[in-house]
Structure formats: C-alpha cells, structure tokens
Ligand binder design. Structure first.
Ligand SMILES: *Cc1c(COP(=O)(O)O)cnc(C)c1O
Length: 492
C-alpha cells in the first residue's frame, strides 16, 4: 500500500481542535497586524482531525527505529535503554520550570544536583575536577583541547600537533584541527593497539598531546596505556581520553588512575540520557591536576555560610579558558544522568560495566564462526567483525546492514573503524536480555546463511521498511537549509 502523506489526507474545513466560543470581542488578524507583515496566501497546512494527527505522529515514531522498539547494537554509540524514571525527575516542576537567570539563592537544589553530579562523575573516572558545560562528546573534545593548548601556552609555547590513532572516531582529528592543531596519525599494530614504535617515532617537542579511546573502537583495552602515559608525560605532552567507551570501564577501571589528563563523558552513551535528535546534550569533561585552573567558568562550588552549605557559581578563575556554553550547560540532561547515577550507586555501576562486557563477549562467541574477526583479541563492551568473506560472494556489509532491518533490529555500526575492511561493529550494551541477544544472533546467522545460499535476497533488502535504499550522503553533500522563495513570492 502506498504511504499517504498527511497533506493528501487533508480535507478543507476538517479540524483537529475545538475551542469554546470567545468571551472577548473577536477581531480579524488583518485589522491588528500591519499589512506588510501579513501573508498573501493561506499557510499550507493539512486540515485533519485530532485522531489523524495523533495517528500521524505515532506512526512516524514507529517508522523510526528507537531503543524503546528493539535492540540498537550500534557500536561505539552505546544505545542502551533510557530508564523512564529519568524523564520523571527531569520533569519535576522545580527543575523543569527553573529560569537560567534565576538567582542561585533561589535555585539551591539545582546547584546541589549539578555539584553532586560533578562529584559523582569525578569519582567514576578518578579525575581531579569536572565541568558540565560541553554540550556533546565532541564539544568536550574541543574543550579539552583548548585546556591542553592553554596549559602549553602558559608555559610559553602552545605546541603544534596532536597525535591521534588511525582507529579513532572522526571527531578526534576534527576537534584537534578546530583547536588549531595539526593532526599526526599513529598506526595500530596487528592487535589493534597503538603501534609503540610508530608512536615513539612521532613523539617530539611539537606534540601537545595524544587522544586515545580506551577501550578503543574495536573494543580492545589499550593494555600499553601506562607505557604510553610515561612516554607522553616525559615529553610534557598531555593525554586525552575519548570516554565514549566508558560503558566498559564503569566501576572497573578509571582513566585518572591510568594517568589521563582529560576525559570526556558522553552522558547519552554511558549515562542513559537520550541520544541525538538534534536536541540538547551534555558531554562533561574531567581533568587531572595539571588542567584544573583552566576549566571553563562558571565553576560550581560549595561553601559553608552560618553553618549552612551554600552552592554558588564561581567566575573568579583568572586562567580559565572562559565559557564553552550559554548559561551552565543543558541542565535537563544533567538531571537525567544524576538520576541514573543515584539509582545505580557504586555497585550498580560496576554491574553495568560487567554486564556490558559479558553481553558483547556472548554475542562474539556465537558469531565468530559466521563472520571474519580481523582482531581476535579479548574484547570489552563491543567487537568488530568484517564482512570480507561475504563480500567475496558479492554481498557487501551495507547489504547485510539493510537486511538486518527486515528483522526489526537496528543495524550495527558499519564501515567504522576505518582500519577494518567491511567493518561491522556491534555493541549490545548491558540492557539487553539473553533472549534478545539470542534473537539477534539468529538474525546474523540466518543472513550469513542467506549470503551462501541466496545472495540475491540479501542484495534486494530491505523489504519491510517504507523506503528501500536512500542516498545516505545526499543531504550532507547538498546542504540546503535556506528556504528559497518562489519567483512570485519575491515580486510580492
Ligand atoms: C560518539 C563518539 C564521539 C562523539 O561524541 P558525541 O557526543 O556524539 O559528540 C567521539 N568518539 C567516539 C569513539 C564516539 O563513539
């Protein structure tokens, strides 16, 4: 059946609302609004009834895949279930109706929550201090790199380069470039870890720092981290941890103990706040002693006044890099992450880390025979397969990803990291049950079998989605965010 647009369902005069008769005099908009501000034509809006509006949006919400619908094994993105209690606390009127210009004396509860969230995050990663300001992981990267720049600047030379492994997420080199650094790529070795000889060859007095993801983007723990830390610090180069994979370390290991100087937290990954949708996000950073004085202002602090604890914003930090966000960051997201931290506590966080690792290893144990495994190393919370074997039969990883959609699962991350051919990167997260994992395993095994017996079937996928294959890159390559008026509108 052909999808009908809501505009096609429109019938003149049909209404989605009923208002009582006005009890004040009624006036025409054209009598109140200057003529040049009035539109010439009626707005092109569909005229539909209330239930058609509701069905329209409910239907749209189910056409989109989301984690409330089924597992979302998108590697590196940690698409864990977002507990609904987070939404409940964030909607409490004392939080939801706060005004950012309110005086801190009148918002002590909110400030206390922010303070305790920084303390909780600080503890989880073993850092010296935390800022909640950055609006995303990548924004945390930029903030962290500004701190590193300031650290070197204060010593008289900002230095020129940032080292980034070839397995890194694209935001790492992008953030380094925006922070004014040249990016030098460090190779991975046959275990998917940092190639130490290559690192030593590239480490010199120009290196401001190195960005490392640990566990890295193929899910392997960087076991040489202490050696790397010593090499860098002996050279007065700082160490940045991309904390996107923090889900594997929660309650188990801490970046601060490994000697990292900055780590960003992706609250929407490890701490169960909503992902994306263009909405507000939060990517706090934690720092070591070396960088505390440079953190963005305002810093949230606590003092005792007349025997009472008082929370306040401290702007008096002469060496701060300044602000990275309007006001104090995205507060509603902080409430959700705080709820998650408090719901789990220290023991619960450790179980999150352990179960994320168990789930990934279970999936890997069941899939390793059916797909290639380019780096056969002990994995943490995610792992990376290769579709090379299937490609030899004419079926690419993209085809496999599309076929997965037919079974109601979101596809894993594909073609990333770039060091793996035909990469299929799978991260189940701790929130999936064994039964769901088993369903996903069945799907992956069935598709591997289809590639052998009926590749045409996989090449024609997906069959169950409203659209088949879109041009994934078209919108990004042909950006048009500007409304172009029709010629007759320009004349008028
Ligand atoms: C998600 C991710 C990022 C970027 O984080 P955002 O919050 O999406 O900006 C950086 N590095 C890695 C490894 C990631 O998975």
């Amino acid at each position: 059946m052909k999808e009908q647009l809501i505009f096609e369902k429109s019938r003149t005069g049909r209404k989605g609302y009923t208002l009582p008769d006005a009890d004040v005099p009624v006036a025409n908009a054209s009598d109140l609004i200057p003529k040049n501000l009035l539109r010439g034509d009626k707005a092109e809006l569909p005229e539909v009834s209330e239930n058609e509006v509701v069905r329209h949006f409910i239907k749209l919400s189910t056409l989109n895949h989301h984690v409330d619908k089924q597992m979302y094994p998108l590697g590196s993105c940690t698409m864990k279930y977002n507990p609904k209690i987070n939404e409940k606390t964030a909607a409490l009127s004392g939080f939801a109706n706060l005004h950012p210009h309110q005086r801190p004396e009148t918002a002590q509860g909110a400030l206390k929550l922010m303070y305790e969230l920084t303390e909780g995050l600080r503890e989880v990663c073993g850092m010296k201090a935390v800022s909640l300001q950055p609006a995303a992981g990548s924004h945390g990267e930029l903030t962290g790199l500004f701190l590193i720049r300031k650290y070197h600047e204060k010593k008289g030379n900002p230095r020129k380069t940032i080292l980034v492994p070839d397995s890194a997420h694209g935001t790492n080199p992008a953030s380094a470039a925006i922070a004014g650094y040249d990016v030098i790529t460090v190779k991975s070795n046959e275990h998917g870890l940092t190639d130490m000889a290559d690192l030593k060859a590239k480490l010199n007095a120009d290196v401001a720092g190195m960005m490392i993801t640990n566990p890295n983007t193929i899910g392997v723990f960087e076991s040489q981290i202490l050696e790397i830390e010593k090499l860098l610090h002996d050279n007065d180069s700082l160490l940045y941890m991309d904390g996107a994979n923090m889900n594997a370390l929660l309650g188990v290991a801490r970046p601060g103990d490994m000697g990292f100087d900055v780590v960003h937290y992706n609250l929407h990954k490890s701490f169960s706040t909503p992902h994306g949708g263009g909405g507000p996000g939060c990517g706090p950073i934690g720092v070591s002693e070396r960088l505390v004085e440079f953190l963005p202002v305002p810093r949230i602090e606590k003092k005792t006044e007349a025997g009472k604890e008082v929370y306040f914003f401290n702007y008096d930090k002469p060496d701060s890099i300044g602000r990275m966000m309007g006001f104090f960051g995205n507060f509603g997201i902080m409430v959700r992450a705080y709820t998650y931290l408090r719901m789990h506590g220290a023991k619960g966080l450790r179980r999150i880390g352990e179960n994320a690792i168990i789930n990934a290893n279970y999936l890997l144990s069941q899939l390793r025979g059916a797909y290639d495994l380019p780096f056969d190393e002990p994995v943490m919370h995610e792992f990376c397969l290769s579709g090379d074997r299937q490609k030899a039969k004419g079926v690419k990883t993209m085809d496999i990803a599309k076929r997965i959609l037919d079974f109601g699962f979101h596809a894993p991350t594909v073609y990333f990291p770039m060091i793996v051919h035909e990469a299929i990167m799978i991260e189940p997260t701790e929130t999936e049950s064994k039964e769901t994992l088993d369903l996903f395993i069945d799907v992956m095994l069935q598709i591997a079998n289809e590639v052998e017996t009926n590749p045409e079937l996989v090449l024609g996928a997906p069959y169950t989605t409203p659209m088949k294959r879109l041009d994934d890159a078209y919108a990004a390559r042909n950006i048009n965010v500007k409304y172009t008026p029709k010629p007759e509108e320009v004349e008028a």
